[in-house]
Design a binder for this molecule. Structure first.
Ligand code: ZN
Length: 320
């Protein structure tokens, strides 16, 4: 809460939380979890951003809890973003520990690898959204500047409800799509913890649909997945950023309300007009920084969130 990068914290007897700074990120750090199993093996959840500084930080942390790299038995990432998956390959290469991802997340990574953004595909997307030609400066360059996830292939794909192979833990996979198609949370009822990645965060509302195009509406998926984890109201939340907290039901409610308000706003804009392009809808919405001040990636992101809310508004009845 002090807005500094915290030192490693022992969260339970056999669970530690390690902040991993994000050099190019818009947040100061992500949180990596270290789990020590009954046999002394270590299991890593959400390896952080891949930098030499973070590697040293990670190796020091492992030594600091009296272990070594040879104790590492498995890796799992809650989703494909570079602040959660980035260092997985380096840890895997150094230890041989298998990397686990949800099957839908591997599919999303594969799709990004096969169809990366190019100047042409970005231009087609901007046409689709109805972006005026005079506002495309800095948007078409998006393709070459976008922070993309490096392509990796998981050693094991995990499924909803599955128990991870960590002796002495009952760490269960909860498939919580929305932020990305194969985002997962991990829950351990005995320890009363829920590792949420970016699905539930203490201080911000994560963007949705940030893992590439999907057949389903990311907002619809997300609202369902929030409902689902809210059942574990007494668990302590170990999020992917910020700090651990209790009060999961209140927080999931706040996330849902945030997005529902946005959908209502989009619905109100649509009601007052005939056909509007995504661009035209976005210019009529309220933006914290002010629409005119958004640039580059943030315009791109704002337009994709607007399109998602419009599609959701069209597919669901309005709330009085
Ligand atoms: Zn993320």
């Amino acid at each position: 809460m002090a807005d500094t990068v915290p030192v490693i914290e022992r969260v339970r007897d056999d669970v530690w939380s390690l902040a991993m700074p994000m050099p190019r990120g818009h947040l100061p750090y992500s949180l990596l979890s270290l789990l020590r199993d009954r046999d002394g093996g270590l299991h890593i959840v959400d390896p952080g951003w891949d930098t030499d500084e973070n590697w040293t930080r990670f190796v020091d942390a492992v030594a600091g809890i009296g272990a070594s790299l040879t104790d590492i038995r498995s890796l799992v990432s809650t989703h494909l973003h570079p602040d959660h998956l980035g260092m997985a390959e380096r840890i895997r290469a150094a230890t041989g520990a298998p990397l686990q991802l949800h099957a839908a997340e591997q599919d999303a990574l594969d799709a990004q690898e096969k169809n990366p953004w190019t100047d042409e595909s970005v231009a087609r997307q901007l046409d689709d959204w109805g972006v005026p030609v005079e506002r495309r400066d800095g948007l078409t360059g998006f393709a070459s500047n976008a922070p993309t996830s490096r392509w990796v292939t998981a050693d094991r794909l995990v499924a909803d409800g599955e128990r991870l192979d960590i002796p002495g833990f009952d760490l269960i996979v909860e498939w919580t799509p929305g932020h990305t198609p194969g985002s997962i949370c991990l829950r351990d009822d005995a320890r009363g913890i829920l590792l949420t990645g970016d699905h539930v965060l203490p201080t911000m509302h994560a963007g949705l649909g940030l893992g590439g195009a999907t057949a389903n509406n990311a907002l619809a998926d997300y609202l369902g997945a929030l409902e689902r984890v809210s059942a574990f109201a007494d668990h302590e939340v170990l999020p992917g950023h910020g700090y651990r907290f209790t009060g999961l039901a209140e927080r999931t409610h706040a996330h849902a309300e945030h997005h529902r308000r946005r959908t209502s706003e989009v619905r109100a804009v649509l009601a007052g007009h005939g056909e509007l392009s995504t661009w035209e809808i976005a210019t009529r919405l309220s933006w914290t920084a002010g629409w005119e001040n958004l640039r580059g990636f943030f315009v791109f992101s704002a337009l994709s969130q607007t399109a998602m809310h419009r599609d959701y508004a069209r597919g669901t009845p309005g709330v009085e």
